[in-house]
Design a protein. Structure first.
Ligand code: NAP
Length: 337
């Protein structure tokens, strides 16, 4: 059996292109003593991966040239010497852009297909869902009646942010691109409103939907969206700084939004990285699982077929072409297909 994997061949400049990656057919990883061998079913594609392709200073080490691209995965155990796992179990791990993974199993988390579709383990009930939970609740600290604005509102993180804001009694206003995304955010997810960042009058559109100003801005995008939101901040506003996707492919410094509104509103802006908050995982899984089960948090997945499609598919995140949590189906999902 071979293990196809996608390696980083060259560091992209600007938008990644096909030639930055190479598909290599290697051997199956050896099963370490007491370890777990598994087959990848779903690979999660996430914006942070653009940072891992670059050797610019960051909070995490980059993928080495010739190394397998990093990534969250949902897999099925094939063979196990670890008593915590048996063949057939489904696990969430971090095996990257490849068909098989093996390790001592310490980093794996079991998922039960009768609780929720296994793909949610890297989506609404995985890293993106937890990012929304920690960023909104711990940093944003929303109070009933307040207005919460979130950018990239139809995406993996943003969609959960707005729905948790609603659960906490807030007015939730999204910012998204295409009209069908804005429509989905309001009609399906229950946000109070959503404005398009393509609107040439973005500031006026936001002001109309935030008549009492903005108390929490969950920042996923940066640039002109942040510039419009900042002008509407209320005194004591909180800004969980989650991501700045509008500049991930930039080749030169992108001018940031004006800072003066932060001073005037005495706003708190705090960057955070979800992996620093492992202590919140149990609370997130408890609350998140209940909300999904009860239908209080809905989610959408955008599934691309085949590992070889990953390099092209990741660009969807930067083009706004994904609609929902972006996943690659690397092999058959026995719980679904
Ligand atoms: N801090 C952390 O620990 C952490 C963890 C996970 C994710 N994040 C961040 O969270 C953000 C969302 O990630 P996600 O996984 O949920 O992705 P996503 O929202 O599912 O997909 C990315 C979306 O970003 C929007 N976008 C892309 N370029 C844009 C631009 N120039 N201007 C405005 N919108 C743009 C697009 O939506 P539209 O079509 O609506 O424009 C696109 O669909 C990212 O910034 C990511 O880096 C941070």
């Amino acid at each position: 059996m071979t293990n196809r994997q996608i390696q980083l061949k060259r560091r992209p400049v600007g938008r990644p292109v096909a030639g930055d990656f190479e598909m290599v057919a290697g051997r199956l990883p050896a099963l370490p003593a007491g370890g777990v061998l598994r087959r990848t079913i779903y690979l999660s594609l996430d914006p942070y991966m653009r940072g891992r392709m670059s050797d610019a200073a960051s909070y995490a080490t980059p993928v080495a040239l010739g190394g397998v691209m990093t990534g969250g995965t949902v897999s099925q155990v094939i063979e196990s010497g670890n008593p915590a796992f048996k063949a057939g179990d489904f696990v969430v791990g971090n095996d990257g852009w490849q068909e098989y993974g093996a390790s001592d199993g310490r980093e794996l988390r079991k998922v039960n297909p009768s609780d929720a579709p296994i793909s949610t383990g890297v989506g609404v009930l995985g890293m993106p869902g937890m990012t929304a939970y920690v960023g909104l609740l711990d940093i944003g600290q929303p109070k009933p009646g307040e207005t919460v604005v979130v950018s990239a509102a139809s995406g993996a993180v943003g969609s959960v942010v707005g729905q948790i804001a609603k659960i906490h009694g807030c007015r939730a206003v999204g910012v998204a691109g295409a009209p069908e995304k804005c429509d989905y955010v309001v009609r399906e997810l229950g946000f109070d409103a959503c404005v398009s960042h393509h609107d040439p009058n973005l500031f006026e559109a936001l002001r109309a939907q935030c008549p009492k100003g903005i108390d929490v801005y969950f920042e996923n995008v940066g640039g002109k969206v942040a510039a419009a939101v900042f002008r509407l901040l209320n005194k004591g506003a909180r800004i969980p700084l989650c991501g700045l996707i509008s500049d991930y492919n930039a080749t030169e410094a992108v001018p940031g939004p004006p800072m003066r509104p932060l001073l005037v509103s005495r706003a708190l802006l705090k960057g955070f990285i979800v992996s620093d908050h492992a202590d919140r995982a149990a609370a997130f899984l408890r609350d998140g699982s209940a909300w999904v089960r009860e239908g209080r948090i809905k989610y959408k997945e955008d599934i691309v077929e085949g590992l070889d499609q990953a390099p092209a598919a990741i660009l969807r995140l930067f083009d706004g072409a994904n609609f929902g949590k972006l996943l690659v189906r690397v092999s058959k999902d026995p719980t679904r297909d």
